[in-house]
Design a protein around this ligand. Structure first.
Ligand code: PLP
Length: 358
């Protein structure tokens, strides 16, 4: 039998993405919304999806959905582009603005997908590490951009996994520092209620990434979008898979976006629970919880082995995310804000585990 020749060399250092998504009673590892789409909206979705012709290709650009999103943001259709989840658009920025001989400025610790996409596309990664409290080293980033050789950068706000936001003053400075494309990843902006959108009118080199996966309970459906200048989004159209956003997802997205006001109460509750969770985590001995403006909290264990605590939580039916082997995140776990009873259960079990360990 023939052996297979090696794949493209840049794959050698890449690990397949593994979210360690193990079924558990309480799933608080992936920053999903613990509540599914409300029943009345689901009924409307069922009515809409029944009209979809499965035998026909979808509208490649999802123009009806683009129009809804554009209108809500005071933009034109040409300033919006849809993707198969935000993740597709993160891959597309690396395809369109990265590549051999080109440079991506990353601000780790942050979302690991950015680094992977840069590696896949043979884009050089220039790291400007975050400070110890996970805030961006703003002057260092601006100075590095000002050298003029960076092709694109991604500012995550709130940052995943640390939960802190980047200010619009900083985003504006980053946009002014050079002509690099600056993506602001606002996957969680509904929980911070803070957006760089007002800056779009001023900077052609700014794009904003958003998703339906978190606040809008659609992680299973795969819808994300970009807001940006027509000039930039035209380039994204060149690299995208023509039919990446299927007709069923488009129909679901239209209904959910039109009903987005109905998610506000849930978002309020998550924000309230986040405050309670943060206080409760800080009150535990040996736990340092980082302030979060998102729907998750990163915390560091001073005395206990984080990997072991992760396993003990899982043994008790609670799946959180273990970052303890990631650079800059030693000793850290991340818990998503779930339903009030899930959060209470998580806190009680964590307390019991830590008390048992000491
Ligand atoms: C979840 C997430 C996204 C996008 O997720 P999709 O499900 O692909 O839309 C983008 N950026 C960050 C930082 C995220 O956490």
């Amino acid at each position: 039998m023939n052996q297979v020749r090696p794949p493209a060399p840049q794959l050698a250092d890449i690990e397949p993405y593994d979210p360690k998504y193990i079924p558990a009673k309480i799933m608080v590892s992936a920053n999903e919304n613990s509540s599914d789409v409300p029943f009345d909206i689901r009924r409307e979705i069922e009515r809409e999806t029944r009209k979809v012709a499965f035998n026909r290709y979808p509208d490649p650009l999802a123009n009806d959905l683009r129009d809804l999103i554009a209108e809500a943001n005071g933009l034109d259709r040409d300033q919006v582009i849809m993707g198969n989840g935000g993740d597709e658009l993160l891959f597309n920025i690396a395809l369109a603005w990265g590549g051999p001989g080109r440079k991506f400025l990353n601000m780790p610790p942050t979302f690991s997908v950015y680094k992977n996409n840069a590696q896949l596309t043979n884009t050089e990664i220039v790291n400007v590490d975050r400070l110890a409290d996970f805030s961006i080293d703003e002057d260092a980033v601006v100075a590095r951009l000002a050298q003029g050789d960076i092709d694109f950068t991604i500012v995550t706000t709130p940052n995943n996994p640390s939960g802190n936001i980047a200010s619009n003053d900083f985003v504006a400075r980053a946009c002014e520092a050079s002509d690099a494309l600056v993506m602001v990843d606002e996957a969680y902006f509904e929980f911070s209620r803070y957006t760089a959108r007002p800056l779009l009118a001023r900077y052609e080199n700014l794009v904003i990434l958003r998703t339906f996966s978190k606040a809008f309970s659609l992680a299973g459906v795969r819808l994300g979008y970009l807001l940006g200048s027509e000039r930039v989004l035209t380039e994204f159209k060149k690299v995208r898979q023509p039919y990446s956003v299927d007709a069923v997802s488009q129909a679901i997205g239209r209904v959910v976006f039109a009903n987005r006001a109905k998610f506000e109460k849930e978002i309020d509750q998550i924000i309230e629970e986040r405050g309670r969770m943060h206080d409760a985590l800080c009150a535990l001995d040996g736990v340092e919880a980082f302030p979060s403006e998102s729907n998750y909290i990163l915390f560091r264990l001073a005395d206990a082995d984080a990997g072991q605590v992760w396993q003990r939580l899982l043994d008790r039916g609670i799946l959180v995310r273990d970052f303890s082997r990631s650079a800059g995140l030693e000793g850290c776990l991340r818990v998503s804000i779930g339903l009030p009873e899930e959060n209470a259960c998580f806190l009680a079990e964590l307390k019991a585990i830590l008390e048992g360990a000491s």
